[in-house]
Write a protein that binds this ligand. Structure first.
Ligand SMILES: Cc1cc2nc3c(=O)[nH]c(=O)nc-3n(C[C@H](O)[C@H](O)[C@H](O)COP(=O)(O)OP(=O)(O)OC[C@H]3O[C@@H](n4cnc5c(N)ncnc54)[C@H](O)[C@@H]3O)c2cc1C
Length: 312
């Protein structure tokens, strides 16, 4: 009797691992490369797109002690070649809702930041233009405190909704100092599920021309239509990572099928057949050369996730 109850509560079994029976199916051995912009890496041991926030909360409350990784739009991650152990959680379409009330836009964390910017433009709310060229999801942008052209997501954020490490849903206005340059201080195991942002009323045409201007700037200064994670390293205080990389002679440097972009030297590109090891090793070589030439430790902005090819 008790065993039957347990059987209906838990699904997938493998030695010592029982996963809770969620509303959305938890899948096994899902390739991740195509779910990321860099297009490298192995599989997720388990992959879960929660049906809704209740499903996610239920999962967190009942999950066994296995590693958990959140994957947003995959625009700032290198998935390593031997894949990601434990469970990868991805917020899909059911977390992509968006509404407006007054000057506040509220949306799910699975929404693409580009769609958030487009919505704000149509609604005549300014302040979101910088997001129009940043790939990925609202959840990823919150985790990374994404920014461009002098603005960061924290500047327009009014409240954040999340599932914490115990599976409880929380909503609050985070203090501004929780967010720093390309990081935030909220616990790693918190999953952002939604947020509200404040805009300033403006003519949609004026907003559109600002977005067009940003687009032009991007197209001039950055490679487009390539497999990349954007800026690989954070700018060290008062310095530009790309200038240090140039000084160290790394523009165009190659490892396997990975290359330091000729157009923007803080971008690493997968030319098609690169492995995660190629990309990561190339990045590490850049770091070594910059340290030797400029005496500066470059810090990875891109998150490297999972098990390397040479690891057991
Ligand atoms: C061509 C290109 C241009 C770019 N330009 C910029 C730029 O101008 N400015 C900039 O800041 N970045 C830029 N980036 C980097 C990237 O787009 C941003 O960091 C983006 O916000 C990441 O969002 P994502 O959903 O893709 O996150 P992912 O890459 O999937 O994940 C990034 C991190 O966020 C975490 N995460 C994702 N979703 C959630 C969630 N719901 N809850 C909690 N944690 C979560 C992940 O675990 C991971 O640690 C660029 C990338 C590319 C490819």
């Amino acid at each position: 009797m008790i065993f039957d109850k347990l059987k209906s509560f838990f699904t997938h079994q493998r030695p010592h691992i029982f996963l809770p029976r969620t509303k959305s199916e938890i899948k096994k051995n899902i390739p991740l490369a195509k779910k990321t912009w860099m297009g490298v890496g192995g599989e997720a041991e388990f992959y879960f797109e929660p049906f809704d926030e209740k499903d996610l909360s239920f999962f967190i409350k009942n999950k066994p002690a296995i590693p958990m990784t959140v994957l947003g739009g995959g625009s700032n991650v290198i998935i390593r070649d031997k894949g990601v152990p434990g469970i990868v959680v991805h917020l899909g379409k059911s977390f992509a809702n968006i509404t407006r009330k007054g000057n506040i836009i509220t949306c799910g964390a699975g929404l693409l930041t580009i769609d958030l910017a487009k919505f704000a433009q149509k609604e005549g709310l300014s302040g979101f233009e910088f997001l129009s060229g940043i790939p990925g999801s609202v959840g990823g942008a919150l985790r990374m405190n994404a920014g461009a052209y002098g603005s960061e997501i924290k500047d327009i954020l009014t409240s954040i909704r999340l599932v914490d490490g115990n599976g409880s849903v929380q909503e609050f206005s985070p203090q501004a100092d929780f967010f720093q340059y390309r990081r935030n201080a909220l616990p790693d195991d918190w999953i952002f599920i939604g947020a509200s942002f404040k805009g300033t009323p403006a003519e949609p045409t004026v907003i559109q021309s600002k977005m067009d201007e940003f687009k032009k700037k991007r197209e001039m200064g950055q490679p487009t239509g390539v497999k990349t994670c954007g800026s690989t390293f954070k700018n060290p205080e008062g310095l530009k990572a790309w200038q240090l990389i140039d000084k160290a002679g790394c523009r165009g440097l190659k490892k396997g099928d990975a290359i330091v972009s000729e157009k923007h030297s803080n971008f690493l590109i997968n030319q098609g057949k690169a492995t995660a090891e190629d990309v990561e090793e190339l990045g590490e070589e850049v770091r070594r050369r910059v340290l030797k030439k400029c005496g500066v430790h470059l810090e990875w902005e891109v998150k490297r996730i999972g098990i390397r090819g040479d690891e057991e």
